[in-house]
Structure formats: C-alpha cells, structure tokens
Ligand binder design. Structure first.
Ligand code: ATP
Ligand code: MG
Length: 571
C-alpha cells in the first residue's frame, strides 16, 4: 500500500475527550472517529487492525470445530418474551418498532436468536454437539460509554454458542473454548489472565473472564502470588481463618460514647482514635425474604455478590434510609449489632477472633466501645462476604493474594438449560425421548481486544503494535521522495516485500522527514525501513524496530531478507 493513496488522518494534538491511552492513540493514529457517544466509524488503518484481530479469533474458533454463521442484528421482541428476558434486560437494550408497530430490539447478545435457530434445525442427538459463532455487531445502550471502542454502544463481538446432549458434553465444549481463548490471546501477543467469574443466578463454577492486564483497566482481579488461582473481584474467595483460641481475659467493659454527627469509618476512627480494623461496619440489606444485617471490619469492604451467594438469595440490595431506621431506630451511620432483634446477622470471617470493637449504638449520635462477640451479641453465621484485597490468604494454597487491574476482553459461560428450557429447544435421544440441549456461550469483544493490545503496548510517541495485528508489518520510508535513486531503491524493496506476501506501507509522501518519522512511530508499524542518503552513497538502509528502538544498518541487497528474518523473530 502506498501512503499517498491510503487514508491515515493522524492528529498532532491529543484529543480532549480521550481518558486512556488506547482511545487517544486510536484517534491520533487515524484509526477511528466518533459519530455519537459510544458510536464509532473505523477508518482504513483501524479496519486492518480489527480485521486481523477478528481473523485470529476466526481461525482459532474454526480450529476448535466451531462453525461460522451470521445472525440478525434486529431481533423480534417475541423471542425475548419467550425466554423471559424482554422485561428484565433493562435499558442497555435499545428497543424499536417497525411500521406495523411490532416491537424489536438491536441485538445486545444472541442467546435467544441462536436457540430459536438451533431448535428449528436440530432434532436428533446425532446432530450434536454443535458450536455456532459469528463475528458481528452488537448494540448495548451503555450507561457510560467511554474509552473509545473499549466501552462502546455499538461494537463488534465474536459470540459463540455450544449445544450438547448432556452436562459432560457441555463441560467438554467449555474446556475447548477455554483452550481456544488461551491460544487466541497468546497469538495476539497479550499479557492476560483467565479468572473465575461469578455465574449469577445460573450457579455452578463455570464462568471465566479473560482479562488483559493493564493499569487503566476497569476491572479489578485478584490473583495468587504463588499458585494459579485468579478470580474477578466479585468472585474472589479468601481462605477462612483458623478457629481462634478462646481467650476471654482482655474483654473490656462496654461503654456508650457520644459521637455527634460522626458517621463514616474515617470520622468515627479519627474521633475515637481507634484503627479502622477495630470498627464493626453494620450494613442492612433487603433480600428475597425480608432483610439481613451484614458485619465487616471497618477496613474491609462488603462484597454484595459473595453475600448474595452466601445467603442463597437472587436479590440483595443495600437498604434505604427508612429500612435502616425501622430496624435500628437510628439514622444511617449509627447502626450496630448490639440489641438488634429478629434479624439474621452475617459476620465476615475477618471479624472472627477479634475483641473490643467499636460499633454503632443504634441510637442517633451514639457509638459503643468494647463490643464483643457472644458476650454482647450473637451472629447467625460467619462467612466469606468481603472483597478480597492485597495480602489476604489464597483460598487454594494460603499464600498471599494480590490485586491487579484488567480489561475484560473475553467471557465464557456455561449456560446449562436456561434457554433451552424456556424456549423449548430439545433433541431426541437414542431412545426417542426428547431432552433439553445443554448450552454454553462465549464472547470476545473484537474492538475492545484491539484497544487492549494498544493499552498494553505503546509509548509517548504512539502505538507499538504486536506483529499479529499490526496494520502493516513494515513501513518503507524513503527520506526524500524527490531523490530518484532513493525512490527507486525504496520502490524495489517495497515490490519485493509485497510479492513475498508481507503487508508493506510505502511512505511515498513528499513530506518533511520529521513528519514521516513521527507518523511512523504513531501508527506503530513493527519495522521501519529507512532509505536515505546512505542508501545511495553507502549502499545501506536502516531497519528500526518500533518496539526496542534498535536500528540496524544492512546493505540494500540484504534488506528484504533482513526484514523477513526480523519479522520471523518477533512473531
Ligand atoms: P462488561 O462487564 O465490560 O460490560 P459484559 O460482561 O457485559 O462486559 P459480555 O456480555 O460477557 O460482556 O460480552 C462479551 C465481551 O464483549 C466482553 O468480554 C467484551 O470484550 C465485549 N464487550 C462487552 N461490552 C462491550 C462494550 N460496551 N464495548 C466493547 N466491547 C464490549
Ligand atoms: Mg456489560
């Protein structure tokens, strides 16, 4: 490709709207342009990156035996009513009506469509298992679209759906996808971690998110410093503490103290001069069958997903001010476990064995010092209900957990029979009996993955593309296009590399060298081959690695083989 015939509208200045590097650089490198919030056009350079990313995903899906299809983007409401999700999906689903007043949505995901399709074309166990995927547009009316294509409203996803005859088969399909995902993200040259994720109301231990590690990631993951345990924050477990030895000797007398308008952990601990680890945070939640009270240490955070799973409720919501008052007879900020009646109290393991805590006094402007378990109040159950943090013990090996930030690029999920039951997708088993198909679903955000690669690999001068998704592998840069011999050498190298099947961009623009070098760095092509005065006089060209910055001089006649060799090394 000739630069002069290509369209790369690079920007000299940082766009104000870009909060993270990948967004800023994708705009500056002329890969994308915004049309509306979370809605982007992809320009030719971006298109090449997206296509290469999608192609790697496609190749690995095919290798894993999945079959490519294309499913409609516009989906009729009836399908979603059948699955029961039309009224629960919420505002992320963009709904619309056709000229006959029929309701539709723009597909935020495709479980309904695929289940409907498969139940129409598959009837026998002989046709199973099957895994169908597409690489296509999704629309989710995200509450806060941001970071460019990373959290867009319209975006491209690879979504795959597997159908098996039984649980065992479904687990095998899941494993296949897990392995395919690992290969995909390895080929993309990403530093990633597969982490256990919460399965929500479906239950079971079958969901993993694939996280690209990056400081700007929206997600927090928890990983063991010793073994391979890793989970997202919602799911991450903490090893329960050993049972503490009974020691009642230093239990101090309780004392009610006035704490006028002192409510938060920071305010209370500063006012009473105690460490946050000595405070009991008392939180009231409403749940399926009434309400419960959860206790965590002042320096810990409650994890609502873990709490929900622990008590086995589908819905757990932090109580509003009225419910708090009704239960504790005090405004929010003064709740405590002492004297609470007729309510289940769940305490986090982190409080176990501790003594002489401070808690709210269930009276306005009052706290209680030297509160102790069993003596002053009792808990219904202790459990693992807090967010894991740096230094907590690993649930598998007991060593130290660490938190890192990540970008979720892929998600795999065992669905079981949730959709096949609600939409009645059955097959006939060898005995002629109908059974529900067992499903799994598997997503990868294509744009988000490309953006994550940039997030992980860039410097102050621009993008540093991994070879696998670079829009071009080599940039041939004649320094002075008006110099006939320079251009001839550059053209010859360009032709030979192109003939060898390498993606080459020839910067044939009549621009100042400084501008050409700046653009070369910005668009992140892995190798830059500079043809300058030295090519004419000394018969040498420069080959620069974008990643290491290293420059090698090679004789003109060796340039092509040197490039081919370098590309082989870096892939
Ligand atoms: P998130 O928690 O980030 O909103 P999700 O759990 O809603 O993601 P899934 O429904 O599992 O995402 O979708 C599969 C994949 O699609 C994600 O792993 C991600 O790579 C991509 N994806 C999801 N939402 C977006 C978005 N708004 N913009 C770009 N990619 C997205
Ligand atoms: Mg989402």
């Amino acid at each position: 490709m000739r630069y002069s015939k290509f369209l790369i509208p690079t920007l000299r200045e940082d766009p104000a709207e870009a909060e993270v590097a990948s967004h800023r650089l994708m705009l500056r490198a002329g890969m994308i342009r915004k049309l509306a919030a979370g809605i982007y056009s992809t320009l030719p350079l971006g298109e090449r990156v997206i296509k290469k990313t999608a192609q790697i995903v496609r190749e690995e899906m095919n290798r894993a035996g999945a079959l490519e299809v294309t499913l409609p983007f516009v989906q009729p409401a009836e399908l979603w009513q059948e699955s029961g999700r039309w009224n629960v999906y919420g505002k992320e689903m963009l709904r619309l009506k056709d000229r006959n007043d029929r309701e539709f949505c723009l597909g935020p995901t495709h479980e309904e469509v695929i289940t409907n399709l498969v139940k129409g074309v598959i009837s026998s166990y002989k046709q199973l298992p099957v895994n169908l995927y597409q690489i296509h547009t999704k629309f989710r009316d995200e509450i806060r679209p941001r970071f460019g294509v990373m959290r867009a409203r319209e975006f491209i996803m690879k979504d795959a759906y597997s159908f098996d005859t039984d649980e065992e088969g479904a687990e095998k399909s899941y494993r296949h996808m897990y392995d395919a995902y690992c290969r995909i993200f390895e080929r993309l040259g990403l530093k990633f971690r597969a982490v256990e994720a919460d399965t929500g109301p479906i239950g079971g231990n079958f969901s993993h998110e694939f996280m690209v590690l990056a400081d700007t990631g929206e997600d927090v993951i928890v990983a063991c410093s010793n073994c391979d345990y890793a989970a997202n924050m919602e799911k991450a477990e903490i090893k329960p503490p050993d049972d503490p030895e009974k020691n009642n000797i230093d239990l101090k007398k309780t004392e009610r103290v006035e704490t006028p308008n002192i409510k938060t952990v920071d305010e209370v601990t500063a006012f009473l001069r105690v460490s946050p680890s000595k405070l009991i945070k008392t939180l009231v939640f409403s749940c399926d069958d009434g309400h419960i009270v959860a206790l965590v240490r002042g320096d810990h955070e409650i994890n609502e997903v873990k709490l929900r799973n622990f008590i086995g409720c589908d819905n757990v919501l932090l109580a509003d001010e009225d419910l708090v008052e009704e239960l504790t007879h005090a405004p929010r900020g003064f709740a405590g476990p002492v004297g609470l009646k007729d309510v289940k109290i769940i305490a986090d393991f982190g409080l176990k064995g501790g003594t002489n805590f401070v808690s709210g006094g269930n009276e306005k402007d009052i706290h209680i010092m030297n509160v102790n378990f069993d003596r002053d109040f009792s808990v219904t159950r202790f459990g693992d209900i807090r967010c894991a943090g740096d230094g907590d013990p690993c649930p598998r090996c007991g060593q130290v957990l660490e938190t890192k930030r990540g970008i979720e690029v892929g998600h795999i999920f065992k669905l079981g029979t949730k959709y096949s039951r609600s939409m009645n997708a059955t097959y006939l088993d060898p005995g002629g009996e109908p059974n529900h198909m067992v499903m799994g679903c598997y997503g990868i955000g294509i744009g988000r993955t490309a953006a994550a690669a940039i997030e992980q690999s860039h410097d102050e001068n621009g993008i540093i593309f991994p070879e696998s998704i670079a829009p071009f592998s080599v940039l041939v840069l004649p320094v002075d296009t008006t110099e006939k011999i320079q251009m001839e050498i550059a053209e010859k190298i360009y032709r030979e590399l192109t003939a060898g099947g390498i993606d080459v961009l020839l910067d044939d623009r009549d621009e100042r060298p400084g501008i050409k070098f700046k653009d070369a760095d910005m668009i992140g092509v892995p190798l830059r081959l500079t043809v300058g005065r030295n090519a004419v006089k000394g018969n040498n060209v420069d080959i620069k690695s974008r990643k290491t910055g290293e420059i090698r001089q090679v004789p003109v006649e060796d340039a092509v083989s040197a490039v081919v060799e370098s590309l082989g090394e870096s892939s």
